[in-house]
Design a protein around this ligand. Sequence first.
Ligand code: FAD
Ligand code: NAD
Length: 466
Amino acid sequence: MKSYDVTVIGSGPGGYVAAIRCAQLGMKTALIEKYNTLGGTCLNVGCIPSKALLDSSHHYESAVKHFAEHGIEVPGEVKVNLEQMIARKQAVVDQTTGGIDFLMKKNKIEVFNGLGSFVDANRIKIETEGDSEEIESKNVIIATGSKPASLPFITLDKERIITSTEALKLKEIPKHMIVIGGGVIGLELGQVYKRLGADVTVVEYMDRIIPTMDASLSKELAKVLKKQKFKILTSHQVEAVERKGDTIHVKAKNKKGEPVEIEGDYCLVSVGRKAYTEGLNLEAAGVKANDRGQIEVNDHLQTNVSNIYAIGDVVRGAMLAHKAEEEGTMAAEIIAGQKPHIDYNLIPGVVYTWPEVASVGKTEEELKEAGADYKTGSFPMRALGRSRASMDIDGLIKVLADSKTDEILGVHMIGARAADMIAEAVVAMEFRASSEDVSRMSHAHPTFTEAIKEACLAVDDRALHV
Ligand code: FAD
Ligand code: NAD
């Protein structure tokens, strides 16, 4: 029987990073993936393909709506070739997953394609069609990720009542896409099809979209999306989703308890994701999961069985690729006897709509709830020369800082390139910078990052350009 120091089950950003770090640390490492391609949700049906479609649809929208103002004339009509757009997305995915194959070979990680399941705490069975083999391993890292969640009364037919996976490969542009859930997936993929010409109605249960982010971002994003002709129904509880022929009927109740019925030709169900442990046979190893299906881990990512660790979407916390990656590195280093640490407060969250939304640290609502003594500074993107040059004037940056020490406690931004700009806030907070520290740093002109400096100046009521 083949024998390893560490076996990683699942090849998403958590699993493959864990495997690389284990190999770097000199451990004999195996990686098991049930699908034929490596990279998990993120590379195959998540982060990468959704961003590829967001980029393509953004180009199309620019060509249709903004080229003329920039003085660019396109002879003839600008048209969408959806088949080509989806094919380009797939080419990006194939190239990226191929890159993981290369990294596994480079790091001498043995890859098994098949379903991994525990025989006991040190033995894993790998099943492929009609074949199975067992390996043994001193340590195991479970990185089996998550799957789309749904609502009990919804039958996902995967044709017209779909999840993000199907929305990434539609064969036609919906006439009217109803999106259930105004979170990250609903808004990102809703915006893809809105740009391509669909009507989009977002039905959200809470009283605001992106409800876990700072409320100022929800408000500003809703304002911008409404300008883009999104229909947004907040405080609406969906009660039924039915398909009749090619028409989807979504029945909901509004805040007053009145019935609302929406008709469309596609319905994207994006109400969150759930931890995935099916087929792992956790019982054979004695590993405990909680009532939400998440594998329980301690601060060292160790399960109740001491040689078995779990990371990424399958455990508590934000379901983000970079969170999974950090945990992959941490689990590997702990197994190697090191003492790594993750500051979960400093894991940024990003929504890749345009304008982009990005956040790190505490929201204003969290600070209020904790009774913290804080001050705020905020700066509108429209006041920047850079924003006017590119006509990206929507959005704002808000900085929250401790009233006494001035330490930055949270940074929340919506605007062009916020996804990249949030890194500055993460660095500042990692080094426990004050808002004055950042406001005294030189920011290149003209850049969008000047809004970070200005928002920090605004904390002390001395922004320069408003
Ligand atoms: P996963 O990526 O889910 O990988 C788990 C892997 O384990 C899968 O390949 C699965 O096949 C395999 N597996 C499961 N069970 C077994 C078994 N028994 N044996 C063998 N293999 C098994 N996050 C971001 O940070 N940024 C984004 O922009 C972003 N965009 C997203 C867009 C969409 C549409 C979706 C759906 C998600 C997005 N996410 C994004 C979330 C991100 O994809 C996840 O947080 C991330 O993939 C989690 O990584 P993971 O390694 O924990 O699990
Ligand atoms: P989400 O948690 O971001 O949003 C789900 C939304 O659905 C929430 O606003 C919630 O209030 C709403 N909702 C829940 N039940 C509802 C109901 N019955 N009726 C109406 N609305 C309801 O989840 P998601 O958008 O499905 O994404 C899943 C996960 O994938 C997220 O945890 C996210 O972190 C990750 N993801 C990240 C990115 C990114 O980082 N850019 C992109 C896509 C997905």
